[in-house]
Design a binder for this molecule. Sequence first.
Ligand code: 2AL
Length: 245
Amino acid sequence: MKIQVINPNTTADMTAKIGAAARQVASSGTAIVATNPTMGPVSIEGHYDEALSVIGVLDEIRQGEAAGVDGYVIACFGDPGLRAARELARGPVVGIAEAAMHAASLIASRFSVVTTLSRTKVIAQHLVHSYGMEIGCASIRATDLAVLDLEDTSGAAKASILQECRLALQEDEAEAIVLGCGGMADLAAELTQDLGVPVIDGVTVGVKLVEALVALGLGTSKVRDFAPPIPKPCVGLLEGFTREA
Ligand code: 2AL
């Protein structure tokens, strides 16, 4: 089976890190194709970045469908374009925030999200609400690391994340941690060791969920909400997104 893991930002090094994390957990019969859009912001740290990233995500899905991809993981914690992607895809599409929160809800009564810049906390809060996770979400904590700070391998980024995780466990009574950025995918195992509680990265959970859904023969429902987009012209910069009848 072929799973495309889409990093919605355009930083290729982060895409490589996300792809490596995905390959570590993929079954032997699963090919992971890690991609990022060719256009869009280098990191996603707010509503504007997110909105700009969505067109590139949809372009990746469109190419994936043409290449026979069986399922997708959208590897940015805002799950940008998730529902629109489901209109385009035959197979399952899972966002890393929804994957991680659902996994957390199965193994802990209360989880905390530890994310990057504090301005992205509201985006996470809306996702918690829309995924019905309010009862299980103990807190959303920010490290105030920029997304691209996570590319610094000196250990400074990990130290800030570790500190915020400790505060979540002590002060917010969290029982598990959800990592709030695709760029944290390489840290989950180490943090789990350090903290002694489950630390959940949505990239790896997303891959295993998509694998399971595809193996069960379950794809995206094509009736009503996730039916293919209604054919119509797009004009200007987005002319290429025109859908013929
Ligand atoms: C993210 C993420 O996962 N990737 C990115 O560019 N921005 N989200 C976040 N909250 O930092």
